[in-house]
Design a protein around this ligand. Sequence first.
Ligand SMILES: [Zn+2]
Ligand SMILES: [Zn+2]
Length: 238
Amino acid sequence: MTRCLFCFSSYVKKPSWSQLLLIETDSDLCLRCLRQLKKLEGDRCRICSRELLVRNWSQDGCCFDCMRWQRDQRTHFLLDKNISVYQYNLFMKETLASYKYRGDAVIAEFFAPKLYDLYMKHFRGYVVIPIPLSPQRLIERGFNQSELLLTGWKNATIHPVLQRKEREKQSKKSRRLRLASFDDNPFSIKKELNNISQKLNKAILIDDIYTTGTTLRQAAYVLKQIGVEEVVSLTIAR
Ligand SMILES: [Zn+2]
Ligand SMILES: [Zn+2]
């Protein structure tokens, strides 16, 4: 018997057909969790990696949301690309919530290697920047989930150049207000690192979820202001 890394229920670990066929090797999870963990697949938005359906597909291979970001001069090409691994479904929502608020570091052990593989495949050499928490949130939570996702990233330059100030919850805001939030950006470059841009041509932001894309774009905005040419992001779920 083994305990499932996600739900802690015990299950019998035995080779399944999918494992024999090398389709899925996440045997640290019980079958119930494994079935609910859905990888993003099929046609995806070329910018944010959202699964494209007829109703959210704009002309040039990106979703309506990204099209709106691209149309606005202030947010145009802030974030060059986001890659997410899983669908942000109810299961993922609960899993990530337990991870964030109960401090389940073990889930970082599950997700960190998966993000690392994608990093090595698509963004090798990019300077890795975890999305920071504000000092107050960090004290409340005790750890930064984005930093935990970098566990075991051996061949990566990790440079936590960003800092974050306290602000109200973003989910309460409308899209119009979210656009205004670039004037009141919670992110800034740490003072001691003000002249860092020469070494930072390509940066990759790490966070757990891509929801509206505002947080990542606010962080990207600060980096582009200091001359970083390309800013991409890697997130667990979209
Ligand atoms: Zn489970
Ligand atoms: Zn998109």
